[in-house]
Structures are given as structure tokens and as C-alpha cells.
Design a protein around this ligand. Structure first.
Ligand code: GDP
Ligand code: GDP
Length: 470
């Protein structure tokens, strides 16, 4: 259910972001034409055959960090290392070993993580000579690779993932179940039902299809727990431990106004008395995994603080996964007009690539703006799973082309014949015709707007693919 996580670590300039881009580029390419989307990505999905995994670039690792932001960065990095299923430690074949490499190697040996040592920039070097020096890091056999040319990269990932087969799945399952059983014992005291079940025994297939799988994500202290308590505090709640995952994830099922939801927790929520509380620190990796596992994301921002790079990175990842999205700008209570203007401008500047999503200003604490937010979640879910019949799609396509034909490329005029739906969450529309390879992004966006308007697809990304027949 949760994808394995591969973390890339290494000092500056060894080639982490080059390797990251090589591993994750297929999905990133799907969203590359969004203006304003941060180019500097740190989380992405990689694929090897049928195996999908998450890649985290821990760039910025500073083992000698002293204070402030550096300490926080180092903490996040160490946490990423601790939570990853496998770490790829990159070193530089051309520069050789230096003190930073030794320091990172020491931390990795101490963490007891599964580590693969990749010796990058090894293109054109003799296999043995590139790697030999790096045995002394004490992390096993070095793998010579070239991140920029691609040599050895598939082998490296193959090895990293095969690492996982022996032991990740199911390794720690059961642990969480007992934890929750003890929580459930509180139910008499709380006067609120908490039922702990095994997920395998729950819910019919039909039930699962209609449920809205929801993830509420955002930086620490934006108000996630407060919102969750406002949403479900009074409801009957069922918490599932997810067996067979290394991460201690839980799902919380609740019903609100006749709609069934499954909340995928990102923060280690536990019931304390009548309320849920996050008992763990914020975790980027749990956030990513929850986004992957849900249908609709509520991205929470804090009206009291500026939108940070981390907000933008998480937003970029949501876009990449194609999940439906609703934005909640929280702590709107007690702000003057000046402050409200500031946050709106900040949002327009940094997150305008999320224009498909509805933005709500809310106060989780005071319970303001919650009903409209829920309504948007339902709309976004419906849009993500909308059924788009071929005849209607094709009619919309022809009308759009008639009004504005695609630009000619050389002597060829692209010809669009028909469109059909190729997927849901996000909706994928496949346009068939001739000479479609040259369709510019601006025209793709034009079609997207037409389809979006016609089918009222608010709250979900929409993907359009062109297929040319010869
Ligand atoms: P990071 O700081 O670890 O993220 O490193 P970057 O990915 O930014 O790469 C640092 C420099 O090394 C860039 O100039 C890259 O073009 C270069 N580089 C990355 N991978 C390779 C490689 O496989 N071979 C060579 N020759 N250069 C590489
Ligand atoms: P989390 O770390 O994202 O789960 O954030 P919490 O829900 O624990 O909230 C962090 C802090 O922000 C707490 O002190 C909350 O009381 C406060 N907070 C949450 N929502 C609001 C809100 O709508 N308005 C104000 N003023 N404070 C809020």
C-alpha cells in the first residue's frame, strides 16, 4: 500500500540532484509545463518495471551544522535517513574521498540503515579503479555509476529494491495493532467509540470505491490536528492499523453528512481523551506516502507565516501525483486586511501553479469555513473520478478545434479525430489523430480549459495525452 522510500545522501556536488532527476523524470515531465512550479524538486516517484518507489533528495545535508535552519535541515535529513527503506550514498569518483564523505559514512553506519554506496561520475573509468578507493568507507561494495549518462543506474536501483524484498514487507506489522488495542480500551472512559479492526477484514469493495480517501498535509503547527478534531471529533471513528507496512500508518474512518471518509494519517495521531493529538514529529516521508495513498489532499497553509520552500515542494509533489486538491489557509481568525492581502499575494506568487484547486480561508480552531471546505473536498473527489464518455469528449474536442485549430507545423496540420478517457484520479484524456507530436503546450492548455469547463472538473489536475496514428 505504501511505496518504499529511497533516500539519496551525499555531500554537495556529488550528483544527487542529477541522479534524482534521472530517476523521477517520467512523472515530472507530465507537469513540466506548469509555470511557477519549482524546478528544484526534492521528492519524486521513480519506477523500475512495475515497481514504484519514492525518491527523496536530502540535498543540503550538513553534518557539521551548528544552528538555526541548518540544524533543522540536518534534523530533517537524519529523519529522512531513519525513515527511508534504503539509502543510496553518493560519492564522487573524480574527486575521491574527503572528510565530509567520512563523516556521512560514520552517521550511516551508526544509523544501521541499509546503504548502497554509489560511486558517481565513473563514466569512461575502469570499473575497478573507479570504485577501489571507496571500500575504506566501510559500507560494502561500491557501485560505479554515471548519473548524467545513466550507466549503472538501473542496476543500482534494482539492487536497492531487491534489498527490500528480504524483509521490509510485514517486518514490523502487528506492533501498531497492540498499541491501538490499548487505546481502544479507553472507549468507556471517553464515551466515544473507537473500534480497532484489521483492515483486511473491513469494508466491501463497493464501500471502498465510494469512500473519499483523504490526506490532510502541511508543515508542523499549521493546524492539522485541530482541523481533524473539528472534522471528526464528534463522529464515530474507526481506526485501522495497516498491516504489512514498515511505517506505522493508520487510517481513520468516519462519516459526515452521509459521506464516508478514510483519513490517512500523516502525523502519528493518537486519541487522547476526546481529541486526536499528533504524538510524533512532522515527517516529510509520511506526508509523501499519505499523498500517494489518498484520492484527495487538503493542503494546509498557515496565514500567520510566509509560504515556505517546503510548502512549495509538497505542492509540487501533489501536482506530480495528480491527486485532487483543496487548499485551506488556516488561522484566518484575528487577521487584519493588510495581513490577509499579504498572504493572498504570497500565494499567487508562489503557488499559482495550483490554479485548478479551490482555495479556502478557514479557522480550524473556531470551526469557521469548514462546511465549504468539505463541500470542495467532495467536488474535487467527484471531479477526479468523473466518467467522461467518448462521444461527449469528442464533441467538445471538435468544437474546440473548430473555434481555434492547432497551429500548423511545417507542411503538416495536426488533425484530431476523437478523444476517450484513459484514466481517473487524475482524469486522463487521450486525443487520437495525426501529426499530434508537434502540438504546443499552449494548445494543450487551451484544450484542458475547454474540457475542464465542459465537464466541470474543478479541484483535480487533468492530463491530456496525444496519440498519433501513422
Ligand atoms: P548535488 O549537489 O549532489 O545535487 O550534485 P549535482 O547533481 O548538482 O551535480 C554536481 C555537478 O556534477 C554538476 O555539474 C553535474 O553536471 C555533475 N555530474 C553529476 N553527475 C555526473 C556524472 O555522472 N558524471 C559527470 N562527469 N558529472 C556529473
Ligand atoms: P499541527 O502540527 O499541524 O497538527 O498543528 P496543531 O493542530 O497542533 O496546531 C498548532 C497550533 O496552532 C495550536 O496551538 C493550535 O491551537 C493553533 N491553531 C490551530 N488552528 C488555528 C486557527 O484556526 N486559528 C488560530 N489562531 N490558531 C490555530
Amino acid at each position: 500500500m505504501f511505496k518504499p522510500v529511497v533516500a539519496l545522501v551525499g555531500r554537495a556536488n556529488v550528483g544527487k540532484s542529477t541522479l534524482f532527476n534521472r530517476l523521477t523524470r517520467s512523472r515530472a515531465a507530465l507537469v513540466a509545463d506548469f509555470a511557477g512550479l519549482t524546478r528544484d524538486r526534492h521528492y519524486g516517484e521513480g519506477r523500475l518495471g512495475n515497481h514504484a518507489y519514492l525518491v527523496v533528495d536530502t540535498g543540503g545535508f550538513e553534518p557539521i551544522a551548528k544552528e538555526g535552519i541548518m540544524v533543522e535541515m540536518a534534523r530533517q535529513t537524519e529523519q529522512a535517513i531513519a525513515e527511508a527503506d534504503v539509502v543510496i550514498f553518493l560519492v564522487d569518483a573524480r574527486a575521491g574521498i574527503n572528510a565530509h564523505d567520512h563523516e556521512i559514512a560514520r552517521l550511516l553506519r551508526r544509523a544501521g540503515q541499509r546503504v548502497l554506496l554509489a560511486v558517481n561520475k565513473a563514466e569512461g573509468m575502469k570499473h575497478g579503479s573507479a570504485a577501489a578507493e571507496f571500500y575504506e568507507l566501510g559500507l560494502g561494495e561500491p557501485y560505479p555509476i554515471s548519473a548524467s549518462h545513466g550507466d549503472g543506474v538501473v542496476d543500482l536501483i534494482d539492487n536497492a529494491l531487491s534489498f527490500l524484498d528480504d524483509g521490509v514487507a510485514g517486518q514490523e506489522s502487528g506492533q501498531e495493532a497492540s498499541d491501538w488495542t490499548s487505546e481502544a480500551d479507553e472507549k468507556e472512559i471517553n464515551g466515544v467509540d473507537v473500534v480497532v479492526e484489521d483492515v483486511a477484514e473491513s469494508g466491501t469493495e463497493k464501500d471502498k470505491y465510494h469512500r473519499i480517501k483523504l490526506a490532510i498535509v502541511g508543515r508542523p503547527n499549521v493546524g492539522k490536528s485541530t482541523l481533524i478534531n473539528t472534522l471528526i471529533g464528534e463522529e464515530r471513528v474507526i481506526a485501522f492499523d495497516l498491516p504489512g507496512t514498515t511505517r506505522d500508518a493508520i487510517e481513520i474512518e468516519f462519516e459526515k453528512d452521509g459521506t464516508a471518509y478514510t483519513l490517512i494519517d500523516t502525523a502519528g495521531l493518537r486519541r487522547r481523551g476526546k481529541v486526536f493529538q499528533a504524538v510524533e514529529k512532522f515527517s516529510v516521508i509520511k506526508t509523501l506516502q499519505a499523498i500517494e495513498a489518498c484520492n484527495v489532499v487538503v493542503l494546509m497553509l498557515d496565514a500567520h507565516t510566509e509560504i515556505s520552500d517546503q510548502d512549495a515542494h509538497i505542492a509540487g509533489f501533489i501536482l506530480e501525483t495528480g491527486r485532487a486538491l483543496v487548499i485551506a489557509i488556516n488561522k484566518w481568525d484575528g487577521l487584519d486586511d493588510h495581513a490577509r492581502d499579504r498572504i493572498k499575494r504570497d500565494f499567487e506568487r508562489k503557488l499559482r501553479f495550483l490554479s485548478f484547486a479551490k482555495v479556502h480561508t478557514i479557522s480550524a480552531l473556531k470551526g469557521r469555513g469548514i462546511q465549504p471546505l468539505i463541500k470542495s473536498v467532495k467536488q474535487a473527489h467527484a471531479a477526479a473520478f468523473a466518467k467522461l464518455p467518448t462521444p461527449r469528449l469528442t464533441r467538445v474536442l471538435h468544437a474546440a478545434v473548430e473555434q481555434q485549430p492547432p497551429p500548423r507545423k511545417g507542411i503538416f496540420r495536426p488533425k484530431m479525430r476523437y478523444a476517450h478517457q484513459g484514466g481517473q484520479n487524475p482524469p486522463l484524456i487521450i486525443v487520437h489523430g495525426n501529426a499530434l507530436d508537434a502540438i504546443p503546450d499552449s494548445y494543450r492548455r487551451y484544450l484542458e480549459t475547454r474540457f475542464r469547463t465542459e465537464f466541470k472538473l474543478e479541484g483535480t489536475p487533468l492530463r491530456i495525452e496525444f496519440k498519433s496514428s501513422q
